[in-house]
Design a protein around this ligand. Structure first.
Ligand SMILES: Cc1cc2nc3c(=O)[nH]c(=O)nc-3n(C[C@H](O)[C@H](O)[C@H](O)COP(=O)(O)O)c2cc1C
Length: 159
C-alpha cells in the first residue's frame, strides 16, 4: 500500500479538524496547503460578487499561490486530499496544489466539508490538473460523520 499523506486546505478550520482525524485514523503524515495570502473574512464572503473567493471561483483558471515551497509528494503512493466545498466544487488553490507536484501513478482520495452540498462536479474540475496516470477517487463528504464512520472509511480506502 505504501506511504500515505493527508493534505488539506482549510479557510476557517472545519476541514482542518476533519483532516487531523483522517491523519490519525491513517496513522500518517499531515500537510497543510496554505495560501500565500491568507483569506480574510471579507475574502470569503460569497454574498459579495466582488469578493476574492467569488472572483477566483468564477475564473476556472485562477491559481491562488501557495505559501512556501511545494510539498514533496514523491515518497507517497496515496494522498488523501481535503478541502471545503466552494461554489459546489474545490477551491482553485487545490488546482494549484495538484499542479505544483508530480502525482503520476499515485492515488488521490478526496474528502471535503461543506454547509450542505455534496461533491458535485468536483472531480471533473480537478482531473485536468493531474497526469492521466493519477487515479482520482471521489471520496467522501466528512462534514457530519461520526468518528467511527470516518475511521471505517479511511481503513476501507487503504485496503
Ligand atoms: C466562498 C465560499 C463558498 C462556499 N460554497 C459552498 C457551497 O457551494 N455549498 C456548501 O454546502 N457550502 C459552501 N460553503 C461553506 C463551506 O464549504 C463550509 O463552511 C466548510 O465546512 C468550510 O470549511 P473550512 O472551515 O475548512 O474552510 C462555502 C464557503 C465559502 C467561504
Amino acid at each position: 500500500m505504501g506511504k500515505v499523506l493527508v493534505a488539506y486546505f482549510s479557510a476557517t478550520g472545519t476541514t482542518k479538524k476533519v483532516a487531523e482525524k483522517v491523519a490519525k485514523a491513517a496513522g500518517e503524515d499531515l500537510y497543510e496547503i496554505r495560501p500565500a495570502v491568507p483569506y480574510t473574512k471579507a475574502d470569503l464572503n460569497w454574498m459579495d460578487r466582488s469578493s476574492r473567493s467569488s472572483i477566483e471561483m468564477k475564473d476556472k483558471n485562477s491559481r491562488p499561490a501557495m505559501a512556501g515551497p511545494a510539498a514533496d509528494v514523491s515518497p507517497y503512493d496515496t494522498i488523501f486530499l481535503g478541502f471545503p466545498i466552494w461554489w459546489y466544487v474545490a477551491p482553485t488553490i487545490i488546482n494549484t496544489f495538484l499542479e505544483s507536484a508530480d502525482f503520476s501513478g499515485k492515488k488521490i482520495v478526496f474528502f471535503a466539508t461543506s454547509g450542505s452540498s455534496g461533491m458535485g462536479n468536483t472531480l471533473a474540475g480537478l482531473k485536468g490538473s493531474v497526469s492521466p496516470t493519477t487515479v482520482l477517487v471521489e471520496g467522501k463528504m466528512l462534514t457530519r460523520v461520526s468518528g467511527k464512520e470516518l475511521e471505517n472509511w479511511v481503513r476501507g480506502m487503504l485496503n
